[in-house]
Write a protein that binds this ligand. Structure first.
Ligand code: S3P
Length: 425
């Protein structure tokens, strides 16, 4: 896809699609609940459709209507053995959370995914699942999918996770639903807590204190109504576009601003950016608000430490933002970006360098000296949705033409991304 327009400013309002993490969890927990779960503003991206497909293969009836999804839950022990291998597509959340659920079943199953998922590390879930008592085998012996999982009676454990990862934490907590005692996870810093919030909302006995979350086994989940807030990770592209392009004013409606996800708002503030938080409400435990953003004069900042998990998916677009900020932006402690849908650290630095930015990579992040004008070039998305969207936004401030290859990979998390972007410019 080619971007040749000269952007004057972004104006208008937008409701971004539903949060990806929350949409996945609503289908999964709804499947394990008694009764029906109604999900509105569900994200119909390829990742969440992979989750629906996997649960349908285990006998869950899931109805899709234009305005809502109905999940007819089977209860904690009602899933069937799937007749075929469960395909999680490109979705790390489906793969890792599903593995935790499968570890608690009485049947054996296999899960796999696309070429990208087949390279992502699964040792981080295999190790705790083995400690819980499940049998989990990487069929190619490389610590990746395909995995064969045989559920066993599980025992409660306390696990110290070496990474701040909500996928790892959620995998363990979900297996903990099936164990004989309390299961808890301590992380090096707090990752997103949608699992804890939604499992409580569905009736599970979950506790969270500092960086430790725990679950008591056995309690039934009950179907509920889930109103999915807009995804702050999708809103991020428009926040950054509006901040960078002079004369812009954009209102983003109904965006999730959960403190474990809203690091981008804190970074924008620290860079001098203007984002107003309006009409704040709490829905299903998840804080949600309208965000009004104006173009702003920005300066460099440091993004590191406990902030990283709260903006992990926004680092590619924040790197684009840093190219227009006055002075230097340092991003560190972000090594997790190397094992996302692509090696995002490499792709950000490589592509922004080729656009003319002053950027260098470090062991666990990057250093960006702002102020150089970007120029258009060909950007290989490597089929990574967040790389494609970040560089579509970078094209708005670049001279000349930017071409993004495999641009349709935005289907993973934001199928109407380009239409929404073109509507505002
Ligand atoms: C997610 C957790 C994060 C995030 C991913 C979604 C989730 O991954 O990058 O896009 O829904 O739990 P990690 O848990 O690997 O950090």
């Amino acid at each position: 896809m080619k971007f040749t327009h000269t952007t004057r400013s972004l104006k208008g309002e937008l409701t971004v699609p539903g949060d990806k993490s929350i949409s996945h969890r609503a289908v999964m927990f709804g499947s394990l609940a008694k009764g029906t779960t109604e999900i509105t503003h569900f994200l119909r991206g390829a990742d969440c459709l992979s989750t629906i497909d996997c649960f349908r293969k285990m006998g869950v009836e899931i109805q899709e209507f234009p305005e809502r999804i109905l999940v007819h839950g089977k209860g904690l022990h009602g899933l069937h053995a799937p007749a075929s291998i469960l395909n999680c597509g490109n979705s790390g959340t489906t793969t890792r959370l599903l593995a935790g659920i499968l570890a608690g079943q009485t049947f054996s199953s296999e899960i796999t995914g696309d070429a990208s998922i087949q390279k992502r590390p699964m040792e981080r879930i295999i190790k705790p699942l083995l400690q819980l008592g499940a049998s989990v085998k990487s069929l190619k012996n490389n610590g990746c999918v395909p995995l064969k999982i045989q559920g066993h009676p599980l025992k409660g454990i306390h696990y110290h996770s070496p990474v701040a990862s909500a996928q790892v934490k959620s995998c363990i907590l979900l297996a903990g639903l099936y164990s004989d005692d309390i299961t808890s996870v301590t992380e090096p810093s707090l990752s997103r807590n949608h699992t804890e919030l939604m499992l409580s909302y569905f009736g599970a006995r979950v506790r969270a204190e500092g960086t430790t979350s725990s679950i008591a086994p056995g309690s039934s989940l009950y179907g509920a109504s889930v109103k999915v807030p807009g995804d702050i990770s999708s809103a991020a592209y428009f926040l950054v576009a509006a901040l960078m392009v002079p004369g812009s004013e954009v209102l983003l409606r109904n965006v999730g601003i959960n403190p474990t996800r809203n690091g981008i708002l804190r970074v924008i503030r620290s860079m001098g950016g203007e984002v107003k938080i309006l009409n704040k409400i709490i829905v299903g435990g998840e804080p949600t608000a309208d965000l009004l953003v104006h173009s702003s004069h920005l300066h460099g900042t440091v993004i590191e430490g406990t902030l990283i998990p709260s903006l992990i998916d926004e680092i590619p677009i924040l790197a684009v933002l840093a190219t227009v900020a006055e002075g230097t932006t340092v991003i560190r402690n972000a090594e997790e970006l190397k094992v996302k849908e692509s090696n995002r650290l490499n792709l950000i630095v490589d592509n922004l360098s080729r656009m003319g930015a002053d950027i260098e990579s470090t062991e666990d992040g990057m250093i960006i000296h702002g102020g150089r004008t970007l120029r258009g070039t060909v950007i290989d998305s490597h089929l990574d949705h967040r790389i494609a969207m970040s560089f579509a936004v970078a094209s708005l401030i670049a001279d000349g033409e930017t071409e993004i290859t495999n641009a349709e990979c935005v289907n993973i998390s934001y199928p109407a991304f380009y239409e929404d972007l073109f509507r505002l410019i």
